[in-house]
Design a protein around this ligand. Structure first.
Ligand code: GCU
Length: 619
């Protein structure tokens, strides 16, 4: 008995690490048990289930800990916590829209799910995988702590020691805490609703002892300024969870292309470099995806991948060697009609179809990584994607631990989506105030992003200053030196003067790089009509976009696109005008019911004009 428990402890202890280094990518192709559905919960604002009355963390085997069984051992045993079907929440889903008492709730809720599991292969390894939990998740199974994760918008997984997994009545508990803190990412202040909960899919995943943990199969980085041609070079790698046995090989197969190559494994990570036969390059016009199957002796995983190159070349952005203009829109991961976080396939379809209807070929998924369903759908619908981590406004830039937290989220974002052809830009933040500490912090993030993925553009939404009286605004943020795409947010006519200020304004940047407007927008309450000088009327917003579009047409040649703020009205605790806002940011081009506002048609006309010009050029 004694011998098993020491080994057991070692295994459990080993598992209580930080998730990102063993994050399993392409989880959708794995054998798994979905743990989505109805979970029981305990709301615990005082964290009574975690700390004792001296506010010391409870011992793992403490009977009052909410991760331990809530069943009395006998009629005398004192139990002051319990999970019941009286209190349930749906997973995935935020708690805010599931019960009125949780609309504004920020704190801890304990989720509990019981499940049975019959192991099919005794030799397998098991992982609990979470698509996202906002913000801090402490995960326990059968009374054992598996790990803790922070970051509300990226995936993580914890290994489940085989011996811990029971055939009947597994007791899975997740302590979810969405309280905001100054030293977290995001920090205390955001212009979006802090939805809490287990907001994306939960799975128990089974993999062989030695398995393909992560891989990149993408075209080699293109710096030529030319097309990669249609028999391009693939450069990538395959990462196993551990060093393989001698003689192990990696097979890459693309059945549609009758392509197959077998490479000796060179260690836990093996580099891939091979030429593809004739292919159709991925682009918005032809979002061609290919089934790519990866095998080792024990393991197999497959993914649908598009092959394309993207680069900032001089002051242009080149997709497959051709200049592109990004007709974009910024969007939150929210379903306004139901006032909830987006997580279903239908939610992803709504977001992308609304963008396509607007005439977009690009979406800025702000200000955090959206559900994986969105980037995968963008792959198949042919939409370019800007993906961002929530380094937003006044992060604690001088704090190294905060930098590590941001780097963790960056790594998780990139690991999840680095095979998505649609994703062309990794953004390391939004509107971070210029200071030496901030620029160093952001520069470190940019360096880390390039280490993780040198094949995509790195950017950040920079701020501009108004009101210098001089009508030429310079995007001279020091961070411009380190990004590939110089992107800035401007609200000329909403936060700076009236919309006609655009007529005398122009923009420039000292950086010989492509220039992108990552945000511009104005409030307009759907259905409120007045003259165009009346704030929050649809007519004011419409006027705003008329002036902006005219200004876009006068932008310098290095202007490569725009992603206005914002696709739909969204919930924000910072918007409290009782007549026009009531907790909604009203800058959507769609209102919260999905109706198009007048400004929608101004932007659509501009995008259609550009698209038609490009089409006629190709003829
Ligand atoms: C900012 C910010 C957004 C915000 C928007 C607004 O630029 O990046 O998150 O919602 O402006 O003020 O509406």
């Amino acid at each position: 008995m004694k011998k098993i428990s020491v080994l057991f402890l070692l295994l459990c202890f080993a598992a209580v690490g930080f998730a990102q280094d063993n994050l399993i990518s392409n989880i959708g192709s794995r054998t798994s048990l979905s743990l989505n559905g109805t979970w029981q919960y305990i709301v615990d604002p005082y964290e009574t289930g975690f700390y004792d009355y001296r506010y010391k963390e409870l011992r793992e085997d403490h009977p009052d800990a909410y991760w331990n069984t809530d069943v009395q051992a006998n009629k005398t045993e004192k139990k002051e916590h319990g999970y019941s079907d009286k209190h349930t929440l749906e997973v995935p889903g935020d708690w805010n829209h599931q019960a009125p008492e949780f609309t504004f709730y920020e704190g801890t809720i304990w989720y509990k799910k019981s499940f049975d599991y019959v192991k099919t292969a005794t030799t397998d390894k098991f992982f609990l995988y979470f698509g996202a939990v906002n913000h801090r998740a402490d995960v326990y199974l059968n009374g054992k702590k598996l790990g803790m994760h922070k970051g509300g918008f990226t995936p993580f997984n914890f290994e489940v020691p085989t011996a811990l997994l029971k055939e009947k009545g597994n007791f899975l508990v997740v302590k979810v805490d969405n309280k905001r803190h100054a030293d977290e990412v995001p920090t205390l202040n955001t212009d979006w609703w802090n939805y809490g909960g287990i907001t994306r899919d939960v799975k128990l995943v089974a993999v062989p002892q030695v398995f393909i943990q992560d891989f990149v199969v993408q075209l080699a980085k293109n710096t030529t300024g030319k097309s990669p041609g249609n028999t391009p070079m693939v450069e990538g790698w395959v990462k196993l969870n551990q060093a393989p046995a001698a003689g192990e090989t990696i097979t890459v197969e693309i059945p549609e292309l009758k392509f197959k190559t077998e490479i000796p494994a060179t260690g836990a990570t093996t580099t891939l470099r091979f030429k593809l036969p004739k292919i159709t390059l991925w682009s918005p016009e032809s979002p061609q995806l290919y089934r790519v199957v990866l095998r080792t002796k024990q393991d197999r995983t497959e993914d649908k991948i598009g092959f394309r190159t993207i680069e900032a070349h001089g002051t242009q952005v080149l997709l497959n060697g051709k200049p592109i203009f990004m007709r974009g829109i910024s969007a939150h991961g929210e379903v306004p009609q139901e006032v909830r976080r987006a997580h279903t396939q239908q939610d992803a379809l709504q977001l992308l179809n609304q963008s396509i209807e607007l005439g977009c070929n690009m979406v800025r998924l702000s200000h955090y990584p959206h559900d994986e369903k969105v980037t995968r759908l963008a792959d198949s619908l042919g939409l370019l994607v800007w993906s961002e981590i929530p380094v937003y406004w006044t992060i604690d830039f001088g704090n190294d631990e905060v930098l590590e937290k941001a780097k963790d989220q960056l790594q998780e974002m990139i690991t999840r989506d680095h095979n998505r052809a649609s994703v062309i830009i990794w953004s390391v933040g939004n509107e971070t105030p210029v200071s030496p500490a901030r620029t160093t912090f952001m520069h470190n993030l940019i360096k880390r992003a390039k280490e993780l993925d040198a094949t995509r553009m790195i950017s950040a939404a920079l701020e501009v200053s108004y009101g210098s009286g001089d009508d030429i605004h310079h995007i001279d943020d020091p961070l411009g030196e380190f990004v590939d795409l110089v992107s800035f947010n401007e609200y000329l006519g909403w936060y700076g003067g009236l919309p006609d200020k655009c007529r005398t304004t122009s923009w420039d940047t000292p950086y010989n790089k492509p220039l992108f407007i990552s945000e511009t927008g104005a409030g307009g309450k759907g259905g409120f009509h007045a003259d165009s000088l009346t704030r929050f009327s649809e007519e004011y917003q419409e006027w705003y976009f008329k002036e902006q579009v005219a200004m876009f047409k006068r932008m310098p040649a290095k202007f490569v696109g725009v992603s206005p703020w914002v696709l739909s009205d969204f919930r924000s605790p910072k918007r409290n005008n009782p007549i026009y806002q009531e907790g909604w940011n009203r800058k959507g081009l769609y209102d919260e019911k999905g109706n198009k506002k007048k400004a929608f048609f101004i932007l659509k006309a501009y995008y259609d004009e550009i698209a038609n010009k490009e089409k006629s050029k190709k003829r």
